[in-house]
Unconditional design. Structure first.
Length: 571
């Protein structure tokens, strides 16, 4: 028996109902599209705002650095410039691959940046982002990108480049992270280099990279040979005050200033003050002549025995002549005793006046902000006058001394030093510190020191060098460290028509087998100067001439010295 099941009758929508359903669907779809469009617009608007603000700040920062003018040497060679470069960075927390393996591959691509351990340290830092390399080449960027690590990112940035690396680093200085000068001439010239009206024209420094390189090389050689803690050197134009070379060792690389310590960043030539020993003796002699205290080379001063003044005793080096010395002989043999006797007659007022004329009571006169204040005696007793006459009890920077020697030989005019190239016809007027006659006498005596005295090892054949050595115990808190000294040789050349002062200083040099254990300036600083002059003399336009020299014939007859006598071992 078949059971019949009743099925519900399926009702069909009327055309009117179908139209209503389609209209409802369209309405819902339009509302959905509208909501989606609004959401998209909100997102796009937010991103646009962020991009606008972030982009504005980025463009401002980039524009500030991009507009920074170049710095060149006196011949136009680039010393500092702004370039477009790639940077390579990483998001350590987002790394996906094996960090040790990645560090190994990065070290192979960037060995100058660090080894595998260094890169592994960067990859495991607990930070959102860190740089792996700045100023990267496009080729390096391509190689690193090929490693396929998404967390490594790349960007184009404008950066300051010092193409000469460590050369003249202390003169140039470096920039802060926001692109402004932090030290050196970068700081001095910050406004000029960033001003749109002047940034397009390079600023020429007085530095000559050829001379700078030679002096850095020779001082670095001496510093290594004699295991010195530091070294400083200056080449100064005696007519304009322009600094042709400024060396401070140890140095730093302004491209990677973050890797430098305080000792590397310190400019020895302008920041560090030293008792510069016997290099002060020519200044004392010039003061005595210029003030009329000593008017004849026939006059002699007793150096036959140590000089006792109160509870102090002034000695000469062992082996030096124990006899009466005139002023030229006093410098040739570097006699502390005779110099002290001359200073005693000059007196404290006139000695102080000369030192002040030379700027020994103020910071060195140069554009740099990194300058040390001299140590000036608080009380000028009789012994103070005597000891400062040979460079003890008063401390100045090497630049102070270089500027003083320029005045001693250039006709008697002291001029401020400058690191900016200047037109010789617009040289600073300066101030007179000694007469032309006194300056002429100083040129003769300085030449004799190199010909017959402690400066013989500083001779540069054909360049008629004149100068004075100085060796002083290193001053420390509460006294002196007798195991350390400061060795200095201050010179000028050519002495028949001086054009340049060359000064070299070694901090705490040690004696060597070759020097018989001697660590005085005659054995270390003097040879460095002689080699430097031989290398740069012609570059500076001074042609060597073995048949030309300054006339000292009117002084030689007054000397008791036998020219064949051994070289003095003094200071």
């Amino acid at each position: 028996m078949t059971t019949l099941v009743a099925r519900p009758v399926q009702q069909r929508n009327t055309p009117k109902q179908r139209h209503a359903l389609v209209a409802t669907s369209h309405t819902r779809l339009m509302m959905l599209l509208l909501l989606f469009g609004v959401a998209v617009l909100v997102v796009i608007g937010r991103l646009s705002m962020l991009a606008a603000f972030a982009g504005s700040e980025a463009r401002t920062a980039v524009a500030t650095l991009a507009a920074r003018g170049d710095i060149v040497d006196r011949n136009g060679s680039p010393l500092a410039r702004t370039i477009d470069a790639w940077t390579i960075g990483v998001h350590p927390r987002k790394l996906m691959g094996d960090k040790m393996e990645l560090a190994s591959r990065l070290a192979a691509l960037m060995p100058d940046r660090g080894d595998q351990a260094w890169f592994y340290g960067q990859l495991t830092k607990d930070v959102n982002f860190t740089y792996l390399q700045q100023r990267a080449s496009p080729a390096l960027v391509e190689q690193v990108n090929a490693l396929g690590e998404p967390a490594i990112v790349f960007a184009r940035e404008t950066q300051r480049l010092y193409p000469q690396s460590t050369m003249a680093a202390h003169a140039l200085g470096f920039l802060s992270t926001d692109g402004h000068g932090m030290s050196g001439m970068e700081r001095v010239l910050d406004e000029r280099l960033t001003n749109p009206a002047t940034a397009g024209k390079p600023v020429a420094l007085s530095i000559d990279t050829r001379v700078q390189a030679a002096m850095e090389s020779e001082l670095g050689r001496s510093m290594t040979t004699f295991s010195a803690r530091g070294a400083g050197g200056i080449v100064l134009d005696v007519a304009t005050g322009e600094v042709i070379a400024m060396v401070s060792l140890p140095t730093f690389n302004p491209n990677r200033v973050g890797m430098a310590g305080s000792e590397q960043l310190r400019n020895i030539t302008t920041q560090s003050v030293f008792e510069l020993g016997s290099t002060f003796k020519p200044i004392t002699m010039a003061t005595a002549m210029d003030t009329g205290v000593v008017t004849s080379f026939q006059r002699r001063f007793d150096a036959t025995h140590p000089l006792k003044v109160g509870r102090y005793t002034i000695h000469d080096e062992r082996g030096d002549p124990k006899r009466w010395l005139n002023m030229a002989e006093t410098l040739i043999y570097s006699s502390n005793i005779a110099t002290a006797r001359v200073a005693d007659e000059v007196g404290p007022e006139r000695m102080q006046t000369m030192f002040r004329k030379l700027g020994f009571d103020t910071k060195p006169d140069i554009e740099l902000r990194e300058k040390g204040r001299p140590l000036w005696p608080k009380y000028w007793a009789r012994t103070t006058t005597m000891t400062t006459a040979y460079g003890h009890g008063i401390a100045v920077t090497p630049l102070h001394l270089a500027s003083a020697y320029a005045a001693l030989v250039n006709g008697g005019i002291w001029r401020p030093a400058t690191l900016l190239k200047i037109d010789p016809s617009h040289a600073p007027v300066g101030r007179r510190v000694i007469s032309e006659q006194t300056s002429a006498r100083m040129r003769q005596m300085l030449r004799l020191i190199v010909q017959r005295g402690t400066g013989r090892r500083g001779e540069a054949p054909g360049y008629r060098v004149g100068g004075k050595t100085g060796t002083a115990e290193a001053a420390v808190a509460g006294g002196y460290d007798r195991s350390r000294n400061v060795a200095t040789f201050a010179t000028a050349f050519p002495m028949d028509a001086p054009r340049y002062v060359v000064l070299a200083m070694l901090d705490s040099p040690l004696g060597t087998k070759e020097t018989g254990g001697w660590k005085t300036a005659a054995y270390n600083a003097a040879p460095a100067v002689g080699r430097t002059i031989s290398r740069v003399g012609a570059i500076l336009g001074v042609m060597p001439d073995e048949n030309r020299d300054i006339d000292v014939s009117d002084i030689v007859p007054t000397l008791w010295d036998d020219p064949s006598r051994r070289m003095p071992t003094g200071q």
